[in-house]
Design a protein around this ligand. Structure first.
Ligand code: NAD
Ligand code: GLY
Length: 370
């Protein structure tokens, strides 16, 4: 299978993203790696991924001439915190890493965010390699340099933007991913479809069966398209200051509110995002931005991937709106990413709260016209 390569063009912080099958294998060449500052590093992963994939990665690094020590973190969003970060710094120090050391993040978004923050701050910044192992991480979190840890009062409140030296998305990792985690990643993939429009939506419509079967070729094309879309927003607004990168949050303001309402239990991030996408689509339709055809096609795409779409009946729209106002990305008014058409997102900074309340109520019942 051919692998895909693209470049995130950020001047001196530019880097490559490689996507394909068999990219990381014991004895395989390390040619995908850029010239790192030194030859000693750590592989940061977690207790679930280590027994599945760590050995292969360390052997691959060794073949390329890099010595690595493994650091195995506990598994779970609840460990993306300062306590675990402190332990991580200490382990990195114990492994003897100097300024020319590197960190290789082997895992999903949680490992990537923790290891990315450690790389950005240890000795004022050391080389970072992202080896994403979930769909969500391959299409989103490993790209663009955002990292961070959670505070008790909110998720991702501490962090930096620090670009990796390379991202290598080996779709073979996805073979061992639990079904529910796949689904969560596919929520983000559908988001990219809505951001990019017809071509990528058609690809997702036509290749749904292969993607659900985790056919490596289809997964690689899918991750390549998503990475290209994300990289394009990142290079235009690396530090998320211009309202350009912000469109990547389509579905997220509502998604975060739902996650918070459920105290981060029972409803996974990707599931909350899928419901958030439905709400954003529905509001865009109510505002007469999105056509009936576009609206129905988008809903059918969410349905095709078996993603949750209904706002839970017990959810109080006013509570959700209140939580949305308190989102860390909220501006002065109530902001949301909406669609003027499929493939034409924009940041709406003054959402009509009454219309949103009506939308949330409507989204408690199926919206698809069969
Ligand atoms: P995750 O990292 O918690 O991984 C999900 C689960 O799958 C975990 O139990 C993990 O151990 C397991 N797992 C991972 N890869 C596996 C594999 N190949 N085989 C078997 N099991 C595997 O979750 P996620 O969805 O990847 O990431 C969510 C996190 O990403 C959140 O903390 C979120 O805030 C963050 N995020 C960051 C960005 C960013 O730009 N930095 C963007 C989106 C999300
Ligand atoms: N996940 C949104 C961003 O990277 O900007």
């Amino acid at each position: 299978m051919t692998s895909h390569k693209l470049t995130v063009s950020l001047g001196s912080r530019s880097y490559s993203i490689y996507i394909g099958s068999g990219l990381i294998k014991a004895g395989g060449d390390g040619l995908l790696l850029p010239r790192l500052r030194g030859d000693k590093g750590v592989v940061v992963t977690n207790t679930t991924i280590a027994p599945l994939h760590l050995r292969r990665v360390q052997e691959w690094l060794a073949t390329a001439g890099y010595e690595s020590t493994a650091i195995i973190l506990p598994d779970g969003e609840e460990y993306k915190n300062h306590e675990v970060l402190q332990r991580l710094y200490q382990e990195i120090f114990k492994a003897g890493l100097q300024r020319n050391g590197f960190i290789c993040a082997l895992g999903g978004g949680v490992v990537g965010d923790l290891a990315g923050f450690a790389a950005a701050t240890y000795m004022r910044g050391i080389d970072l390699i992202q080896l994403p192992t979930t769909i969500l991480a391959q299409v989103d979190s490993a790209i663009g340099g955002k990292n961070g840890v959670n505070l008790e009062v909110g998720k991702n409140l501490i962090g930096t933007t620090y670009q990796p030296r390379v991202v290598i998305s080996d779709v073979d990792f996805i073979a061992t991913l639990p079904e529910r985690e796949c689904l969560c990643g596919l929520g983000e993939v559908v988001k990219y479809g809505l951001l990019a429009g017809d071509d990528f939506i058609s690809f997702l419509e036509l290749n749904q069966a292969d993607i659900m079967k985790r056919n490596p070729r289809s997964l690689a094309i899918m991750a390549h398209s998503c990475s290209r879309i994300k990289a394009d927003y990142v290079v235009r607004d690396e530090y998320d200051l211009l309202g350009v990168r912000a469109v990547l949050n389509l579905g997220h303001t509502m998604g975060h509110a739902l996650e918070k309402m459920y105290a981060y239990q029972n409803l996974a991030h990707g599931e909350a995002v899928a419901i958030g996408l439905t709400c954003a689509l529905s509001l865009s339709f109510s505002m007469k931005l999105l056509s009936e055809n576009g609206f129905q096609r988008a809903l059918q795409l969410l349905q095709l991937y078996s993603l949750p779409m209904l706002v839970p009946v017990e959810a109080d729209p006013d509570e959700l709106i209140d939580l949305m106002r308190r989102d860390k990305k909220a501006g002065r008014g109530l902001s949301m990413i909406l669609l003027r058409a499929l493939g034409d997102p924009y940041l709406e900074e003054n959402v009509d709260v009454e219309l949103l309340r009506e939308t949330l109520k409507r989204c408690k019942k199926p919206l698809i016209i069969s």
